[in-house]
Design a protein around this ligand. Sequence first.
Ligand SMILES: NC(=O)c1ccc[n+]([C@@H]2O[C@H](COP(=O)([O-])OP(=O)(O)OC[C@H]3O[C@@H](n4cnc5c(N)ncnc54)[C@H](O)[C@@H]3O)[C@@H](O)[C@H]2O)c1
Ligand SMILES: O=P(O)(O)OC[C@H](O)CO
Length: 338
Amino acid sequence: MARIMVLGSGGFGISLSVMLHKYGHDVTMWSKFPQEIESIRKFGENKKLLPGVAIDASINLTTDIAEAETAELVILAVPSFAVRETAKAVASHLAPNAIVANVAKGFEESTHLRLSEVIAQEIPTHDVVVLSGPSHAEEIARNVPTTIVAACKHRESAEFVQDILMNTNLRVYVNDDMTGVELGGALKNIIAVCAGIADGMELGDNTKAALMTRGLAEIARLGLAMGAESETFTGLTGMGDLIVTCTSMHSRNRRCGILIGQGIPADEAVKRVGMTVEGCSAARAALALSREYQVEMPITEQLCAVLDGKPVGTALAELMGRPRRHENEEIWMKEQTK
Ligand SMILES: NC(=O)c1ccc[n+]([C@@H]2O[C@H](COP(=O)([O-])OP(=O)(O)OC[C@H]3O[C@@H](n4cnc5c(N)ncnc54)[C@H](O)[C@@H]3O)[C@@H](O)[C@H]2O)c1
Ligand SMILES: O=P(O)(O)OC[C@H](O)CO
């Protein structure tokens, strides 16, 4: 049994807390917002962010982040925009040997840093483990068999988290390619918004398959330029998470895309989803990174334009009308220069 502090009492924080508690761990769930904790106490669930999932009364609920002091594992389960402030808030309350894990999938919008880099700046004293992979909160909470990855440069830290999280319904792999794992998780949200747009426009399965496949190509292109390993993008945190997010009825990113595809302005679509939608802010960060690393990310570029008001039909026509090219242009170009 481990003592675990989950920072964030939204969809994913709850699903992890409920699962870890079920497998006998001592779980405390924190929220910055007293009204969120009060509402969970009153109704025994988070009616807004994960309705229908009962939160056992023996899961400790708190708004006091200092309670992290006794935790062996501290899991950040807040949106990307709140990762730095949450890491900063917990930094002085960590036990010396505690491991910090992050489940948020995105970038810091102002710096374009990966979230483990943001956490490392605020908590340079502790190892950060990235948890990612195809794992919708709604299904984790229902014990649907699921696979994820715990990524860290230090294998012992990844294995520490693997040991705590592994159970009969959750299989956890370790990986040391933190860059690839984090980029896969952050960038698939962009493609999921686009897949949702295609669904909202009532385009067909061909279009969705094209977006997913060419989306993975641009994810890997940026990833390789940033030092990730290509195998990671065909693994759980690349292709696996891309598949689940682009096709699932649970995906917030896809749901947001459906609304945009139906003609709802992007800001309004995000509001209507009412939960964290990471893909829109990730698109802006990814576009900046693509320019910095000089790689083409046409789908991401068109999503950014749509977020700025370009009609989805125009964006689609421009994607279809791009200059002809080799499917594996970069490999082909390399072959020619040999
Ligand atoms: N929901 C999923 O299925 C799922 C699965 C894997 C990863 N994730 C990732 O986990 C992260 C959180 O997603 P979620 O679905 O739990 O979101 P959510 O919207 O359901 O919950 C967000 C939580 O963060 C808290 N929060 C918001 N602003 C905050 C702030 N400024 N400071 C501290 N806390 C703040 C909210 O109070 C809430 O408890 C996202 O990056 C998401 O991509 C989600
Ligand atoms: O609901 P989404 O779109 O934020 O996706 C949740 C998870 O990242 C799926 O693995």
